[in-house]
Design a protein around this ligand. Structure first.
Ligand code: ADP
Length: 200
């Protein structure tokens, strides 16, 4: 008589736990990153750390331009994919600002190197956060504004990286993905739902 194949409960259970462990620590929030009360926010800076427009300008305004510039000047700029850290200056509701420099995309043409540099922004920012004892971190949608990185590819790439990272990491308690445009919010929701579905 053929024996019934046992259902691998431990494997299924593990898969579910892994997804829950990841999804319980991620939030997707639409709004102004300078308004979040959290350990650290991540700025999409330029390589001179000179302060610019977009989210960089909003963060400089909220932090106090001269205070933040004085701290940024202690670094000799920042390379694409790398990150540096400052205090929150006048933003007393956060502990740190992490400034990373995203890749620029011309004509919507994404090469492997450009995609790797976008991932590097997230990885380096998280490394610096963990080194500084940060438990909760909010990211803006790096490079998807003036730097021209296509929104869909960015949301997919970032979701893939973060879910893989959080499956192994135990030190970060919360990652907030701050979207400014409704379309980015929808894209993150889509890709995190796909991730959840792939694990259940
Ligand atoms: P980049 O040069 O890296 O493309 P931008 O500042 O032009 O940086 O845009 C990055 C992302 O930040 C875009 O999705 C933009 O809509 C978003 N953004 C702009 N202002 C804010 C803000 N105050 N809070 C959160 N996100 C913002």
């Amino acid at each position: 008589m053929a024996t019934a194949k046992l259902i691998e409960i431990p494997t299924l259970f593990q898969k579910y736990q892994v997804a829950k462990n990841v999804l319980d620590r991620v939030s997707i929030w639409n709004g102004d990153i300078t308004r979040i009360s959290i350990d650290a926010i991540v700025n999409a800076a330029n390589s001179r750390l000179a302060g610019g427009g977009g989210v960089d300008g909003a963060i400089h305004n909220a932090a106090g331009r001269s205070e933040l510039q004085a701290q940024c000047r202690q670094y000799n700029g920042c390379a694409v994919g790398d990150a540096i850290i400052t205090s929150g200056c006048r933003m007393t509701h956060i502990k740190k600002i992490i400034h990373t420099v995203g890749p620029q995309v011309y004509g919507g043409n994404i090469t492997d190197e450009i995609r790797e540099n976008l991932v590097a922004c997230y990885r380096t920012s998280i490394d610096i956060a963990i080194e500084n004892g940060i438990k909760s971190i909010a990211f803006c949608c790096i490079s998807t504004g003036v730097y021209g990185y296509p929104n869909d590819d960015a949301a997919k790439t970032v979701t893939n990286f973060l879910t893989e990272f959080l499956e192994k990491d135990t030190s970060l308690e919360r990652i907030v993905l701050v979207t400014f445009l409704e379309t980015d919010n929808e894209l993150y929701n889509k890709y995190f739902a796909k991730y959840a579905a792939s694990k259940t």
